[in-house]
Design a protein. Sequence first.
Length: 216
Amino acid sequence: MPTGTGPKADVLAAFEAAKGFMPIHEGLALYAAATEAGALGLPLLEVGTYCGRSTVLLADAAREAGTVAVTVDHHRGSEEQQPGWEYHDPTVVDPETGRMDTLPTFRRTLHRAGLEDHVIAVVGRSPQVARVWGGRIGLVFIDGGHTDEHANGDYEGWAPHLAEGGLLVIHDVFPDPADGGQAPYRVYLRALASGAFTEISVTGSLRVLRRTAPGI
């Protein structure tokens, strides 16, 4: 897969400054995939916004391609981000409701990166949004909840909207259970087993598959 020239220095700085968990080498692979998929002229869609770290890269690739990035999240945090869990960040808890709310932080991330005009932020649960989505997508990036229920729901909801030739990107794919949860890995195997996808790159826990056939 062509890697292109990579994001500009200011975009990369915005990515690194944003709250989030994606390491830079995986971010660069995501950017390369988004740049390639952007050539289709279709929206680039992300499931799992959090505070906008990866959204910055998708938005810049969309800007360069003349399309738009769409990012879907309820902004209440996934399972492992709740109080008492490993990835909980108390600075993104709404003091009035006591619940996580990453939306304000996400908006600040986009504002600082100068990319607000290139992103459509959808606040809602992924399967519900997918059910009302009407068009084709050039890229689907699955990086939402890591339970089997959520990972499968994201795949089942969005993969059918992916155009032929478009890219399915799955984050946190760990073949070895000692490295992390297995739900994204099982979705990755499911996508390959469907016969509709061909793997084109592996970077750390990031897998990039191309939709080469119908049948999802």
